[in-house]
Design a binder for this molecule. Sequence first.
Ligand code: BGC
Length: 752
Amino acid sequence: MAMIYKDPWVLKENKFDHLHLGKTEAIMSQGNGYMGLRACAEERYTGECRGLFVSGTFNKFDETEVTELPNCADMTEMEIFLNGKLFSLQKGNIKSYSKELCLKSGELKRSIVWCSDKGERYNLSFLRIVSLKNLHTIAQKVTITPLSGDTTLSLACGINAQITNSGSQHFSEGAKRFYEKRYMQLVATTTESKIDFVFSTDTTLSVNSKKQIAMNRRRIFSKYDAYVAKGQTVTIEKISTVHTTRDKQTENLSLEQLQEFALKNLKQQVTLGYAGILQDSKTRWDELVWQNIPIEIETDNIKDILAVRFAQYHLQIMAPAHDNRMNIGAKGLSGEGYKGHTFWDTEIFALPYYIFSQPSTALSLLQYRYLSLPGARQKAADGGYKGAQYPWESAWLTDGEVTPLFGGADIVTGLPTPILTGQLEIHITCDVVYGIWQYYKASQDESFMREYGYEIVFDCANFWASRLQEGSDGLLHINNVIGPDEYKDGIDDDAFTNHFAKWNLLLAVEYYNKLQGSDVSDVFERLKGKISLDCKLWEDKASKTYVPMPNERGIIPQNRTFLDLKQIDLTKYKNQTQVGTIYKDYNQHQICNMQVCKQADVLLLILLMENLFSPKAKQANWNYYEPRTLHDSSLSLSTHSILASDMGQEDLAYELFERACNIDMGENMSSSNEGIHAGSIGGIWQCVVFGFAGFRVTENTIRLAPKLPKHWRSLNFYLWLKGEKIKVTVTHKGVDVSKEGYIAIPLNSSPF
Ligand code: BGC
């Protein structure tokens, strides 16, 4: 195991592992919501996946592929020759090595003592930052000290736009230019969405060097030759910027003007230098996160503290809070996985963090859903339905459904497995509504609701009203869907979907009636003529919707047939270290016909709709479904951990929390290859705040019913509620809630 977690601020790898480069590339990735940069080495390796992603810059490679977030030009690469020998950790030998990400400053650092195969020793350090202050800036600082004798240094670096997304090249090449024989700029344009990217960079060396400028296909770079004496340290600083014609701030500029603007920004950042950029960024991290909304855990278990900070770090860098036309990808901005698409992961798993920690980011993420209503209406209409139906996978606002049609190999047929989620996983529509409901409950942001929220809730209710189908029993059913458990497809009366559809209809009724009796009836004026506002219809449909309830054994049938499916021994798959191993033995069709769940389904329903089911029913369903759940989705463990806390099973809750943290931070060195797990990381925060602190917003009040892990002495965190920040302190003795000038209150009471 090469990952070390001994410092509560630092993720560290102490052994170079060329077979598992993806792990640290993803978990140590850096970013700022505008862009995400994988933590690849400066020197190149086979098996690496270099990656730089700019939020919202989607492109479709061709008609056979769905739109995806393009992996854009690489500005971190450096080719280094020392006394004629290429610096590579796969050559010569490594005397010492560490790679660290400091969460507090956001700085990535590699420290290496390397011996070339000529036996010459060098001390090298590589520092890197993606600025949280100037969202367009990447800064690198490299130092090299020859330890055993004088050396010649040859360095080649610049902008390399030869990068693809697993072979799909999303850019056509544009202008390349050196300015003032120094600053390099390369323009590349996405092939279908026609977004121009302007990459600019500058490199300086602390010693005299001979410089040569060069260009070739999709690449612009400089070569430097220098002489470095034994014991002398040469410092290389490389400052780079990325701008695109999708950036809101500069959207009125022509490409030429944007190039000029980018050059000006680059020069200004170069003046600051690495140290200045780092300092600015560090200050921003403190202002936004570490001093503003810290989560403090008093425990001797450093990994727990680190894991929660890891979650806050990634939740900060994955969210495009600067632009409400963008949302969070299932892998954040840390890899090509899931093509940068947004799923229900945002509303159900990540959004609660922003609602309670950074409400302005939550607002922006929900505005994205409002702005993508035209696509949602189109999707409903394409299926012959009314209202708004959100795509299972979303990208740019007008893209509509972007779920790919085929996935991995089918073990039985040898063909690619069809992906049906885009057509059948329709619960996303009520998940979006659930997100709005949660945000509104916590913030009481009426202006958001009037401008955006009510319209979404009403038009999603219109979708459900048209989607429900009358059965021979006279009740309304929802047939042919996929629920949260994606190991079942084409099923009828999925408990999660039916309950949430009914809930969405009832919420529309509740909001409609509330608005009618208030002085904000101008909302109706605006919506009349735009969408149908038939409250009677919603009420009628809700009253007739069939919702699966606990049977005589207390079990809620996950869908119409689940409880009758055959059962197999799942031990082998439950004990796996990799996810999805069941597909090595069975194909989707076979798995569909077994009592096996990919992830929390009925149990998630119970968690999200806690008032619907008794504690006894919760336990009965836990006992039934958990043994049948493989946790093959990273979203599953946090749900189980929170429920275990709710049920008073502290040890189990903690064990599941640890497993949830290990999805990215654990020993499985390939689990994060395609990027971190954004929803699961949101789930880590939920385990702490909803699980261990037992926090919930209920009707006009809050609940805190803590179940602190035994070895945590205390837990402190901040929550934004109704526009005010409150501090919560949990110990084994009780809980304090305070706000500025507010007094501590006893366990389980509410400040409202
Ligand atoms: C899960 C989905 C999830 C998606 C993206 C899938 O494996 O089953 O629930 O939305 O991954 O994270």
